[in-house]
Design a binder for this molecule. Structure first.
Ligand SMILES: NC(=O)c1ccc[n+]([C@@H]2O[C@H](COP(=O)([O-])OP(=O)(O)OC[C@H]3O[C@@H](n4cnc5c(N)ncnc54)[C@H](OP(=O)(O)O)[C@@H]3O)[C@@H](O)[C@H]2O)c1
Length: 270
């Protein structure tokens, strides 16, 4: 970690002496994703150190030095493959160690995901299973470890990036959408479990975002920049929100799509 000054407020003990502000870190899983990197900058701007976890070590190292230079905050990297059982089991413990102890790991943002090719996944059970493994099973495994950490710490936040695709099964992306729907229900249950401790459990539901994932895909509309999405994720954590549609109008768009009667819905190519 760097030796920079953390922006958390200093606190006074019973003798009136002012303690040094506690440094707090945020773990970002899948940190080389476009949405994640902007989320990392948004948390660094708010005074958090970062632990950047993902598969592309070189890219993470570049992001870490960018965070240090731009925000004067600490940034560490962690090799993490969401599909590796050992990564799923150890990533969180490694992050606690890098943060300097359980007290210092304030939150986790799970950003990894894979859209995949729905036209292939519709007929290829290997691919369909793979998409569910990345987007759902791996997320459940890692967040189960994370949930115990925050439960015993008694405060903090857990963020998972889901998708509006999980709001209604559609022919264009229902394998990916089913995994994201499962993730949303898992987060809902986690929120229920951790609510008595005041732990924020936030599900982010982006619409179309201009990232590697959507690059070259036909038929996209109302595409948002990942920088705006990252900033809104950090703000939603500050506001202790439960579900964030981003941009916000997607809540209305998806409400309409959910309410479409089946006979009309089946005539669309959504
Ligand atoms: N872009 C959109 O329109 C959109 C809309 C709704 C939701 N989302 C969600 O937003 C999140 C971020 O996606 P993005 O749009 O920023 O796309 P992205 O740039 O393609 O990011 C996806 C990230 O997931 C990582 N990943 C995939 N498989 C992994 C694995 N086995 N282990 C570790 N990391 C893995 C990728 O790592 P590598 O670089 O190593 O491949 C990459 O960093 C995803 O959960 C996605 O489902 C995106």
């Amino acid at each position: 970690m760097g030796t920079t000054i953390h922006s958390s407020p200093a606190s006074a003990d019973r003798t009136g002496a002012v303690n040094a502000p506690a440094r707090e870190s945020v773990l970002i899983l899948g940190a080389s994703s476009s949405i994640a990197r902007w989320t990392a900058h948004a948390f660094a701007r708010r005074g958090y150190d970062l632990i950047l976890a993902g598969r592309d070590d070189d890219d993470l190292a570049r992001l870490a030095s960018d965070v240090r230079v731009r925000h004067n905050m600490g940034a560490e990297t962690l090799h993490f493959d969401a599909l590796s059982v050992s990564s799923q089991a150890t990533a969180f413990g490694d992050a606690v160690r890098l943060a300097g102890g359980a007290e210092h790991l304030a939150g986790v943002v799970l950003a990894f995901g894979l859209l995949g090719d729905q036209r292939r996944a519709a007929h290829d059970s290997e691919l369909a299973g793979y998409l569910v493994d990345v987007n759902f099973t791996a997320a459940v495994r890692v967040l189960t470890v994370a949930s115990d950490h925050f439960e015993s710490r008694g405060r903090g936040f857990i963020v998972a990036v889901g998708s509006v695709a999980g709001d209604r099964g559609r022919q264009s992306n229902y394998v990916y959408g089913a995994a994201k729907a499962g993730l949303a229900v898992f987060m809902q249950g986690l929120r229920h479990r951790l609510a008595p401790m005041g732990i924020t459990v936030l599900t982010v539901k982006p619409g179309f975002v201009d990232t590697q994932m959507t690059f070259g895909h036909p038929g996209l509309f109302l595409v948002a920049p990942p920088s705006a999405v990252g900033e809104q994720i950090a703000r939603a954590v500050e506001e202790q929100r439960s579900v964030l549609y981003v941009p916000a109008f997607w809540r209305i768009v998806m409400l309409i799509i959910r309410l479409l009667p089946q006979r009309i819905f089946h005539r669309t190519r959504l």
